[in-house]
Design a protein around this ligand. Structure first.
Ligand code: ATP
Length: 451
């Protein structure tokens, strides 16, 4: 993980948030290449789950919402984590994490149970100090909207994007008159005041989610659940994750969230262990029913085919953007030996690599090579918009090393043979570090086959 964090900073993927002021815990800033990687991941998701389907409606809801949304959703009353203090250092920890790290099961446990278990087993802080009483800690960031700082002006930074879709359910019905089943999709920021942000971008206080709320007839929920289960695996493969590292973890009935009848966590082999990557939940009619009751607005659906009126049930595939970035980076990080030298490279899928092709002149002070390289760069930019880099920094060996480190699958070098002989150029493949001499048409074909 240390090597990945160092590479991410060195090569302009991800920086510590507010770094020049000593940072702000749980925040990270994406640089030019990290942003390109993140955008490619989001676009891949949007294409699979929205553009390539006829039953999905996109939404981009406001982050700030009426406080009643969070009362109806259950977040104001129940979005807490169990917090415990180290009595000597005053450092704060998540009690459930400390118990799990001590190899104890916390399935279905209340705060009181956790307090008893800590006492019974003599659980200490990671520094070996005694712990205080476990208590509930609110994970939503509170703010005030407008000039008045009173109870009525309270709002929250949304802790999930889901509610922005439930509150727009009726708008989508009225604008598009969809048939059941249909879904709403959103990509956006979410905020959680995590007690212990950790593991780079795995657990942060500000992150992005890609979520779908898919509305179904309650009699047919299982079909859609299985469909999205398969789609989530397919998406993990789209972004190049090794399927053998993606595991399903069925949540036991006693551990299900209050709104869920079935949940599968998709876990991934991260360097720090097997951890949650995504979640798939059957949320029943909990959300639409709660918002209907609390707002007084009827959120039922009239099914023209079956002539039934009912509140649709909901299947929710919830995917973290940043956790996908971390999974992709850790899965892609590779080391080998090329020509007797150690090489570090990112084996990113050509579908999401920030740079798809780097184009270079063999020598940067030879005008004829630079002009030809610029011409090739211009042609490829039209073929693969936004995915080509012109690179004339340093010598060719250094360029290859740098492009390997940022995961560029293809490098093209223009040399004297290109301009003086046959217009062919070298195409270098990142993973094998081997090369072919090809025409530009042949190169376009090879690259198109890879994406
Ligand atoms: P965890 O148990 O790891 O805290 P969760 O079960 O609370 O996660 P969900 O509420 O199901 O997570 O959120 C859906 C997805 O959002 C997660 O699967 C994950 O990909 C992402 N996510 C949740 N919390 C964070 C966070 N603090 N930082 C980064 N991504 C997050």
């Amino acid at each position: 993980m240390e090597e990945i964090i160092a590479l991410a900073k060195r090569r302009g993927f991800i920086y510590q948030g507010s770094e020049i002021y000593g940072g702000l815990a749980g925040t990270w800033d994406y640089g030019h290449l990290g942003l390109a990687l993140k955008n490619n991941i989001k676009n891949t998701w949007w294409r699979r789950f929205v553009l390539d389907r006829e039953d999905m409606y996109g939404v981009d809801a406001a982050i700030l919402m009426n406080q009643n949304v969070w009362k109806a959703s259950g977040h104001v009353a129940g979005f807490f984590d169990p917090l415990v203090d180290d009595l000597k250092t005053n450092k704060r920890y998540r009690a459930d994490s400390l118990l799990e790290e001590a190899g104890l099961s916390i399935k279905g446990m209340s705060i009181e149970d956790m307090n008893n278990l800590i006492k019974e087993k003599g659980i200490k802080s990671p520094e070996g100090n005694p712990l205080g009483e476990v208590r509930q800690f609110r994970m939503m960031f509170t703010t005030h909207v407008g000039a008045n700082q009173d109870e009525a002006s309270v709002s929250y930074l949304r802790p999930e994007t889901a509610q922005g879709m439930f509150v727009n359910f009726k708008n989508i019905l009225d604008s598009f008159h969809p048939k059941i089943p249909f879904g709403m999709a959103q990509i956006g920021k979410a905020f959680r005041n995590e007690i212990a942000p950790r593991d780079f971008i795995f657990r942060t206080r500000e992150f992005e989610q890609m979520e779908i709320e898919y509305f179904v007839n309650p009699k047919a929920w299982e079909t859609s659940f299985d469909h999205f289960r398969n789609e989530m695996h397919a998406f993990a493969s789209d972004v190049g994750l090794n399927p053998a590292k993606v595991h399903e973890h069925e949540i036991a009935p006693e551990d299900l969230a209050h709104y869920s009848k079935r949940t599968i966590d998709f876990e991934f082999d991260f360097p720090m262990g097997i951890k949650e990557l995504y979640g798939l939940a059957y949320r029943t009619d909990f959300d639409l029913k709660s918002h209907s009751d609390a707002s007084g607005v009827d959120l039922s659906f009239f099914d023209e085919e079956t002539k039934e009126r009912y509140i649709p049930h909901c299947i929710e595939p919830s995917l973290g953007v940043d956790r996908t970035v971390l999974a992709v980076l850790t899965d892609a990080y590779s080391e080998d030996d090329v020509g007797g030298e150690k090489r570090v490279y990112l084996k990113l899928s050509p579908k999401i690599a920030p740079v798809l092709i780097a184009v270079s002149p063999l020598l940067k002070n030879k005008t004829q090579l630079v002009e030809k390289a610029r011409e090739v760069y211009g042609i490829l930019r039209k073929e693969f918009p936004g995915r080509i880099m012109f690179d004339d920094n340093g010598n060719i060996g250094k360029r290859y090393r740098r492009q390997d480190e940022i995961g560029t699958p293809f490098c093209i070098t223009i040399d004297f043979d290109t301009v003086e002989k046959d217009q062919t150029m070298t195409l270098r493949y990142r993973d094998s570090a081997t090369q072919d001499r090809l025409s530009i048409e042949q190169i376009v074909k090879v690259v198109k086959e890879a994406i």
